[in-house]
Design a protein around this ligand. Structure first.
Ligand SMILES: [Zn+2]
Length: 317
């Protein structure tokens, strides 16, 4: 009975995916080409054939690392669509996706939409985005659509992609000083954030996941992911692995972040140095101007004193 039920679920899934692919492939005016790798099919326009091959190599290198670290193997293909233009990208991802995004993963459909590297002024960034989205798909595979808190999801994705603008603490150090850190659970709404706040949210997510790896070790993170795959929520999975729930973890992590980044803004010393130099220059200018005015005033006063003498002098000649 269960076997027949599973068979019918798989059959329905197969029809759904085929329909979805047909809809995507024949939507719009794009003439898609495709190449296949071990776990993925990449769709691209002819102008992107070089980029598609580079994407294939990138995925081949990234997949084993993520797979070993998280203990996840892909059993079904993932479909990558390399949108040739910004507007093709927006057509494929839909209006709910913010335009600051450069790639989107749809785990239920095992579909990833990327902007073509030709639309980017940073040629390597789209390939890192592809690894980011692949990590999302892998983390969500075989969890039956259960939600994963966004900070953990994004943190894992950035941890493996190493995207420069997110795998950093630059915004976090400023947020520590201005007390603008975002609650980890608030990061669930990241798609509603404006670009700057979203960037901070991604950096925090990355640092929280990196802290998990560094503080508790790769084995515990792997076990934590396995707990999620067994049906536990993140709170329970954390209790079962690192021995503390989300709230306690967040409290501990905030302490760590505050201590680590409190003085980090001094790393931007060259920036502050220019402000100090400019300030000193303006101050010097004001002081010299004031001194000159005083000197002129003194000369004027001395002239007033001098006049009787000159009168007397002239009368003696
Ligand atoms: Zn992401």
């Amino acid at each position: 009975m269960n076997f027949l039920k599973q068979l019918s679920v798989n059959f329905r899934r197969a029809i759904y995916f085929n329909l979805m692919l047909l809809t995507l492939l024949y939507a719009g005016e794009i003439n898609w080409n495709s190449i296949s790798g071990t776990h993925w099919v990449i769709f691209f326009e002819a102008n992107d054939s070089k980029n598609a091959n580079k994407l294939l190599t990138t995925l081949d290198q990234a997949y084993p690392k993520i797979s070993v670290a998280l203990g996840i193997e892909l059993t079904d293909s993932v479909y990558f669509f390399m949108a040739p233009t910004e507007s093709d990208y927006l057509n494929h991802v839909g209006s709910s996706i913010p335009n600051w995004s450069s790639g989107v993963a749809f785990p239920a459909q095992r579909r990833i939409v990327l902007k073509s590297p030709r639309t980017s002024n940073q040629p390597n960034a789209p390939f890192k985005t592809a690894v980011h989205e692949l990590a999302h798909i892998m983390l969500h595979s075989n969890i039956d659509g259960r939600a994963i808190p966004r900070w953990f999801d994004e943190g894992i994705a950035v941890y493996f992609s190493g995207e420069k603008m997110y795998a950093s603490g630059s915004l976090v150090s400023k947020a520590v000083i201005s007390k603008a850190l975002i609650d980890l659970m608030e990061i669930d709404r990241v798609l509603k954030f404006h670009q700057d706040k979203a960037r901070l949210a991604y950096q925090q997510s990355y640092l929280a996941v990196r802290y998990l790896f560094e503080q508790y070790g790769a084995e515990q993170v792997k076990k934590l992911v396995q707990q999620l795959r067994q049906g536990n929520d993140l709170d329970q999975a954390m209790l079962n692995t690192i021995g503390m729930d989300m709230a306690d973890f967040e409290y501990e992590w905030y302490h760590h972040i505050r201590n680590k980044y409190r003085w980090h803004f001094l790393m931007d010393f060259d920036y502050y140095l220019w402000i100090i130099i400019l300030g000193l220059f303006i101050l010097g200018f004001i002081l010299i101007r004031r001194r000159n005015r005083k000197t002129i005033k003194r000369w004027e006063q001395e002239d007033d004193w001098d006049e009787p003498w000159s009168d007397t002098d002239s009368s003696t000649i």
